[in-house]
Design a protein around this ligand. Sequence first.
Ligand code: HAS
Ligand code: CU
Length: 579
Amino acid sequence: MEIAADTLPSTLPRSESDRAAASTCRLMLAFLITGFSALLIGATIGPLQALNYGGVDAYPALRPLLQSYYQGLTIHGVMNGYVFTFFVTCGLLVYLPARELGVAPNLTMWRTCFAVMAVGALCVIYAMADNSSSVLWTFYPPLKGSPFFYFGITLLALGSTMPLPILLKMRATWRRHRPGEITPLVTYMSLTTMLMWGLAGVGVMAELVLQLDPWSLGLIGTVDPIINRTLFWLTGHPIVYFWLMPAYVSWYGLLSRQVGGKLISDPMARITFALLMIFALPVGTHHQFSDPGFSSIWRGILVVLTMSVATPSLVTAFTIGLSLEYAGRLRGGKGWFGWFRALPWGDPSVAAQILAAITFILGGATGIVNGSWQLNAIVHNTTFIPGHFHVTVGSVTAMTFMAISFWMVPHLTGRQLISRRLALFSVWTWFVGMTIFAIGMTWAGLYGVPRRAWVSALPHDTYHALYGAASVPLALVAAGGVLLWVASYAFFAVFFGSILFGRRAAPPPVPFAQSFGGPASSTIDSPPNPAQSASPLIRALDHVWLLTGITVLATLAAYIPILWPFLHHVTRAPGWILW
Ligand code: HAS
Ligand code: CU
């Protein structure tokens, strides 16, 4: 495998450094390929669910491969939401900082991270494939799956936090060589993401280790559904930022370079990540506005907290928007929209990220609807919610990860993309398909069409009597789903085709963006960084343990009042298997 010359970590002697660089690249590629292989499975099943809402029941034709809509939906959610995102993220958030700092990651720890997640993924796949665990991605008890499912998820969750010590160690090495300097931006963003996720993992780990793992083994007979839901959402809301923040790492850390400009503001990126870290955890119960047992005062506070966690994304919209405008004007774009047209749309990596950002305008707006308690009562448990999250995780995360793969596959393998046109076709089709799908889902949700429902299995007359009024949006859902099928296979042809058959060429470097006033390089052996003039706020934000402490306090303040009454009125539910 050819390795980009600037892959060499500068802390090691030359020959060792070459070997470490090659292993680092190979491992990154393994994370990428495993992640996208999971997406291949998940994305193949997705359109069946879209057809379900369009009234087409494909599942009987798929037996014995798939027994039901619910089995398909579980595989879709778990493969896309956990396996795909975790693998790509746990690769990316180690690889990019390693390259930015010029420090080799601890390969043993990184391999362990991969291995733990791989064993977890295999257990979960086994449990879903034999239809023992069609419990959907939220695995709410008292629905009861097999021990393989819960232990698999436990391993996946555990493995996904392992980049944290690797990052801390790399940052410590870098700081020893450059005392007093501010953590470089990509490393800072990666570290706050992993710290946020490490803290968030406590909720689901408690749920799994104390309840669901022993319950699935028959060691305890009953579980408390509401306590488990609350623990799940303590992790389940932050997980959406564990999907979003790596995409933001690319938007802030790379995109400005890819479009030929500069990042308008490095401090805004740091403030965004610090706020996302602090606010991600306390708001989890906004997924439980319809659950009983906690006071309306808390529900009101949750609305405020939810709007607070949306704020850093609004900051991102302006910071990234302005960075794009700057680049567009440098490229000769004039007037109100000329800069937008002047962006390098022919580069599939750029196109994918800008299109992802555009869909996120709809994703953010629907999120704000969800987060408003009264409006949530209208849309909760309807197709509005999957409408929302397909223009967040299904576009921002998925398309940004695709965008990254478009430069990263050539970078890691020394092979060019087999077809830029097909890559462009795939991202545009994904964008159009996902937008049509999400408009259909959110619109149908306003008619009260329930989410997670095998509506196409109803007798034809009943389906029309119940959902006939929503026939136009439901047709959009089905059409969007079919387009997504086309888009995903076009993408996979490019991704796997390039790895296997791409023409050999010099590997491109990682496109690290420079910010205004920021250094051209932050590697350990680059010239000292004059950013010592950083403001007191930025210096304070660099104390990540201070941010960690604030996050812990805010989370305890939000969760103790909600969990306390639940813990004093424990319900004991036996398991249910409904499929
Ligand atoms: Fe959410 C449910 C609230 C963001 C994912 N969300 C979900 C579920 C998922 C999910 C998977 O409060 C369903 C879980 C389940 O199965 O039950 N969400 C929010 C809010 C935000 C938000 C307030 N969600 C996300 C992100 C996700 C995600 C991000 C994944 C990656 N969500 C909720 C709530 C629920 C919920 C409730 C529970 C609903 C229920 O009842 O069950 C905010 O963070 C959103 C802020 C975003 C913005 C948009 C900023 C726009 C940007 C793009 C700018 C464009 C540019 C392009 C630069 C304010 C950054 C320039 C081009 C030009 C043309 C100008
Ligand atoms: Cu949430």
